[in-house]
Design a protein. Structure first.
Lengths: 182, 525
């Protein structure tokens, strides 16, 4: 069943069916907002609130105006914007970036293909680079902690991470540009 | 702006380390260069994809469960958000309620930091089941818990649930929201809630760090002896991911994966030298590479039995302390054609030296001699000659019988005899016994003669045999010490995490710092 169909079930009184929506849409929501959050914990918090807000507003969702995921992303983005604006300069800056991104549309048109491409691009990295990515994003290691582990400065680790991001970006673009599986 | 400057700004931005000036520069550049802005947007998307991917395999179910708890207005109230959400009246979807009202406003306005601050009652460690606390008393941070035949359960910080397996010993370490345990022996199974705090399981072999996952750790003891370097660690991840780290390296394990570290490696080759005491083995591989191994005590007898020329396969592990390959077992011994011609068989070639004793180690383990032609020689000492060396005084004229160690090439004293005594020994810096050493910001300094200083720090590793001590100083530097025999018992009694001050001397032969005495500043001995 499509997400829109599940939405109808929830609105019809099947409250528990909302879990299916949460399971189906959360990766997209995380990917869309993750670049603007300060930590994995904050991202989880923002996603949680976005789903709650979407649940409250569910009757306002109009399938004729677009897919549910886009509607959910707008709710999540607005929630995050509120949080970012509450902070001072740093948050306002991130809010500006988020608004600009919303105006110019998604950086990768097909989010699902981008997600698959990322998985393949990560597999192209060397073992040490993969471990660094895992420690950073999976383990939540700060640059300072990674630096201590690798015997480098935090600045050098930041640059290494930036080069990895850049390689992944190029790889995703290349794969999305090619036909077939990304 | 140069490309390099832009890269620097991007690196700092994605690390949350951009200062105000840098932020202004980045903003200005992005506004003026659409290509850079496009790339920035894509990099931000990559960052988002990486974060989404890192949420891990269990994240989908966790978030769904959390959202549904809030939707149902009940369930667990372990998090502030859940409390706020649960406090709202149940509503049917569709009834307009802007995010800015009570719940969302409270949560967002307070932020995560304030949320953490609100949780003022942090749970104390709890344990249940058949367990024993070393030294008695209640379970608290620092306690050592042991089980006998049955498992016990331990809860830490309200977010770490640990099942301690039978015949296991666990020390509770860590701090609030940074829980940590040290598994001395046995097995633990852990379940850690994400986003509350960090958790780590330490063992003598390494550390398993997690942020939210289910996994188990088992310490595999050295069979046939208390050799700590023979210990290994088996880690299995059920959900999420863990990071393993140790002196042997590091690895990331995902759900469904398991790993035993340090890994056992098998090496095939021809025996070049096998130490008669079974403490060292030198192999020549088929590729022509010569590898020298240390030997775990459980494999010593096997190594003793080897002859040069034997074809063997050895299972070895990397010493977590030094990274040296250590033989754990020897198999597939085939008598080689030149067995009997190797160094094992040939008696060591004896050499004699005459000279003046410059320094004789009080423990009889090292001798420094100045020969008649002015050459200074440093000797190791075989056990049988230790007493003779102990009895030597600087300035004595001595004749030394020695042989070269087949492993290191060092000259080893077999016997020594005094042939005369000088009136006044020639002054030499080595004549003075090694002085206690202090350590200030990583630099050894001679202490004031009347006030020998020590080194203060936290015990990282204390060898159970009392032969090695690893400290982390307050400045964050890790120092590894050898241990003089008189301090061995003190070192044996130490535990990781103890705060100590050690008095040490520098070994005149190797320059290694040697612990002469330890005093405990803080921690349970």
């Amino acid at each position: 069943m499509s997400i829109e169909g599940t939405v109808r079930r929830v609105l019809g009184g099947e409250r528990e069916a909302y879990a299916e929506i949460v399971e189906a849409c959360q990766d997209r929501l995380r990917a869309a907002l993750g670049g603007y959050c300060r930590s994995a914990e904050e991202l989880e918090e923002v996603c949680h609130l976005a789903f709650i807000e979407a649940y409250r507003k569910l009757a306002e969702f109009d399938p004729g105006r677009g897919p549910f995921v886009s509607w959910l992303l707008t709710i999540g983005r607005n929630g995050l914007l509120m949080e970012l604006r509450r902070r001072k300069a740093e948050g306002e800056r991130a809010a500006r970036y988020l608004e600009r991104a919303a105006e110019s549309g998604p950086a990768f048109e097909d989010a699902e293909r981008a997600r698959l491409a990322l998985a393949n691009c990560l597999a192209e990295l060397g073992p040490a680079e993969r471990e660094m990515v895992s420690a950073r994003y999976g383990g939540g290691w700060t640059s300072e902690k990674l630096a201590a582990k690798l015997g480098k400065t935090a600045g050098a680790v930041r640059m290494l991470l930036q080069r990895l991001r850049e390689r992944l970006r190029e790889c995703i673009e290349r794969r999305l540009g090619a036909e077939g599986e990304p | 702006m140069t490309g390099r400057e832009f890269e620097d700004l991007l690196a700092a931005h994605f690390d949350g380390a951009l200062d105000q000036a840098g932020a202004a520069q980045l903003d200005e550049f992005l506004a003026s260069d659409p290509r850079a802005a496009g790339r920035f947007a894509e990099l931000t998307a990559v960052e988002g994809l990486l974060r989404a991917r890192a949420a891990g395999p269990g994240a989908t179910e966790r978030l769904a469960a959390r959202v549904m708890r809030s939707v149902r207005n009940g369930g667990s109230r372990e998090r502030f958000t859940d409390k706020v959400m649960a406090a709202l009246p149940e509503r049917q979807p569709g009834r307009r309620r802007p995010w800015s009202v009570a719940a969302a406003a409270a949560v967002l306005a307070m932020g995560l930091g304030a949320w953490a601050a609100m949780r003022d009652s942090y749970p104390e460690p709890r344990a249940s089941g058949p367990y024993r606390v070393s030294g008695g008393g209640e379970v608290r941070r620092g306690s050592v818990l042991s089980t006998a035949e049955g498992p016990a359960a331990v809860a830490l910080g309200g977010y770490c649930r640990i099942e301690l397996g039978p015949r296991s010993t666990l020390r509770l370490e860590g701090a609030k929201r940074a829980e940590q345990v040290f598994l001395e022996q046995g097995e633990v199974r852990c379940e850690v809630n994400r986003a509350v705090g960090s958790f780590a399981v330490r063992t003598e072999v390494g550390t398993v760090s997690v942020t939210g996952t289910q996994f188990s750790v088992r310490v595999i003891g050295a069979e046939g002896g208390g050799d700590m370097y023979g210990k290994r660690m088996f880690v299995k991840v059920l959900a999420g991911a863990v990071l393993l780290g140790g002196t042997w390296g590091s690895a990331v394990l995902q759900a469904g994966e398991d790993k035993t570290v340090p890994e056992v490696t098998k090496v095939k080759g021809t025996v070049v030298t096998a130490c008669p005491q079974g403490k060292m083995l030198k192999l020549k591989t088929d590729a022509g590479q010569e590898i020298t191994f240390g030997v775990l005590s459980k494999a010593a007898e096997q190594v003793k039995a080897l002859k040069a020329g034997n074809q063997v396969e050895v299972s070895c592990v990397r010493c977590p302390k030094t990274g040296t390959l250590l033989v754990a077992a020897v198999s597939g011994v085939v008598q080689g054609g030149d067995a009997g011609k190797g160094e094992n068989q040939a008696p060591p070639e004896l050499t004699k030296f005459k000279g003046t004793v410059v320094f004789a180690c009080p423990q009889g383990k090292m001798l420094k001699l100045k020969t008649e032609n002015g050459q200074e020689l440093v000797f190791g000492v075989l056990e049988g000659a230790a007493e003779q060396v102990k009895a030597l005084k600087a300035g004595s004229q001595a004749e030394v019988s020695c042989a070269r160690c087949p492993k290191t090439g060092n000259l080893m004293v077999l016997s020594v005899s005094v042939v005369g005594q000088n009136e006044k020994p020639a002054p030499d810096k080595d004549l003075a016994p090694p002085r206690p050493t202090s350590w200030v910001e990583g630099k050894p300094e001679p202490p004031a003669p009347d006030q020998p200083a020590g080194i203060r720090g936290t015990v990282v590793l204390a060898c159970p045999q009392g032969k090695m001590l690893k400290l982390k100083t307050d400045a964050g530097q890790e120092i590894t010490f050898g241990v003089l025999s008189k301090a061995a018992e003190q070192v044996k009694a130490l535990k990781a995490g103890n705060q100590v001050e050690v008095s040490c001397v520098r070994c005149p032969k190797t320059g290694t710092l040697l612990v002469a005495a330890v005093s405990l500043i803080k921690g349970n001995p």
